[in-house]
Structures are given as C-alpha cells and as structure tokens.
Design a protein. Sequence first.
Length: 110
Amino acid sequence: MTKVRKIANLVIFVPLGILLVVLCVANRQSATLALNPFQPQDSILSVSAPLFVLMFLSVIFGMGVGSMVTWWNQGRYRKQARTEAREAIKWQQNGKPSISPVEAKQLRIK
C-alpha cells in the first residue's frame, strides 16, 4: 500500500509542482492590489508584489476562510459527539443509561 501511495503522490505532486513553477515564472511582473476603491492610486492602502505572490496569498486566504466556515458549520455535530461521549461514560460507570425510555426509543428509530 505504501508503494501505491508513493507513486500516487509522485503522479500528483510532481506535475503540480512543475505547474506552480511555470506559473511563478510566467507571472513575475509586479501587480498592485488597491484596497481603496475610491482612490486606487492611494499608496497607503495598496500593495505591490509579483502577481504570483498575490495569487498564492488569495488562494491561501480562501482556503483559510473555507476551513473556518466548515469548522463553524460542523459545530453542532461536535457538540452532539461530546454529549454522546459523556452519556456513554456515565452509562459505563453507572451501568444504566441516563436517558428516558422515550429518548431511547427515538434514538432507535433514527
């Protein structure tokens, strides 16, 4: 299994690395990111950098925002898992469930 994984990594990451190097070489010219929409020539709220740097930073920023949104949306499942883990520990220690028979029936239906 490890040989297959190593080969798959080579097949995926080597072309991706080559593609990124080509992208960096092709986009070396300087680009200005203006954060002031009313006066784009304002140098205080603008950043000049090679285009590939701005592209990589935008991809990293987008991945970070997407990760945070996913983490936020899955909060209810983490809370449910914590609650069920506490119930399981209590059940193992006491020998009987701490939920009512009605709740147990609802859990069996799901």
